[in-house]
Design a protein around this ligand. Structure first.
Ligand code: SAM
Length: 296
């Protein structure tokens, strides 16, 4: 059975399905989904490319950040690096290779945990990371992670989550659904299907009539899930602000040369859980790390 047949069956059974569910099947159906079946072609010769898929430099740069975070967290052991959305494991391979070479003490303390719901991708990652078998661990979801001290990282994950498509009629929000009509998939608008979506829509500012936009409820709830697992964790890709780990001070002049619109990952420290043994944000900053000892 093809993916198209499968979605048509779902529509025949349930009636028009929210676009979110259509997107989830298209990307994440275990046998047919673009990502979950392992057939996504990411890279220069593929369907699109990412920082990770064009070479090892991104992983090497982030490895340097990870080593700095390890220092700033007072060298915890184990130092847990969680990656979500690891795809074929290329970033993990680049970062671990670099850490092993340029920050061997940090590498020795590191545990690399991949959150991967797709069995096919987890298998590909295990092969890619065979040489790091002692360091790498796998989990099916964030909820399976033990409490940890370290970094929770992902690249281009949140925009790969299925989204709700919604349209403002001028007087109300409707949710775009997909039906099978005249031999093709077609949009049909219905009342928003979930309480969470209705609440998100109620909080939106005014928009022009016929505005169609996306609501990514999974991405909105994801950081709080992360914070729940974290005891003392750095979550890259937070708000566009100077990292609390890299304050611009007279004692740390190299940071003042980082441009405000740098595209390097932004970092923020998640709120500690009630059982947190310590809070990195309240520690005095460690001395700046000599980043010049790392190759570009
Ligand atoms: C756009 S790709 C990015 C891959 C890689 N991080 C990169 O930068 O090249 C998005 C990846 O996120 C994965 N993904 C989507 N939802 C996920 C989830 N809930 N947990 C873990 N991975 C997920 C997909 O399977 C896919 O491999």
């Amino acid at each position: 059975m093809s993916l198209s047949d499968l979605i048509r069956d779902e529509i025949a059974r349930r009636g028009p399905i929210p676009f979110r569910d259509f997107m989830e099947l298209a990307l994440y159906h275990p046998g047919h989904g673009y990502y979950a079946s392992g057939r996504a072609a990411i890279g220069r010769a593929g369907d699109f490319f990412t920082n990770v898929s064009v070479g090892p430099l991104f992983g090497r740069l982030l490895a340097r950040q990870f080593a700095e975070m390890w220092e700033r967290l007072a060298r915890p052991e184990p130092f847990v690096i969680v990656e979500q959305g690891a795809h074929r494991g290329d970033f993990a391979h680049d970062a671990l290779t670099s850490l092993r070479e340029f920050a061997p003490e940090c590498f020795a303390a590191a545990e690399y945990h991949i959150v991967e719901p797709s069995a096919a991708l987890a298998q590909t990652q295990r092969q890619r990371l065979a040489e790091f078998a002692k360091t790498a661990h796998w989990h099916g979801s964030v909820a399976d992670l033990p409490p940890f001290i370290g970094v929770h990282f992902s690249n281009e994950l949140l925009d790969a989550f299925p989204v709700h498509l919604v349209r403002w009629t001028g007087s109300q929000w409707l949710e775009r659904h997909v039906e099978w009509r005249d031999g093709a998939f077609a949009f049909v608008d219905r009342a928003p299907g979930t309480t969470e979506l209705r609440a998100r829509l109620g909080a939106l500012p005014p928009v022009p009539e016929s505005c169609v936009t996306e609501i990514n409820t999974a991405a909105m709830s994801s950081p709080s899930t992360t914070a729940f697992r974290a005891r003392n964790t750095i979550v890259p890709s937070g708000p566009r602000e100077r990292s609390p780990l890299t304050p611009r001070t007279a004692a740390n002049p190299t940071r003042s040369r980082v441009p405000a619109r740098s595209t390097s990952p932004r970092t923020s420290i998640s709120p500690p859980s009630p059982n947190a043994p310590c809070n990195a944000a309240s520690r005095s900053p460690a001395s700046p790390i000599n980043i010049t000892s790392w190759p570009a």
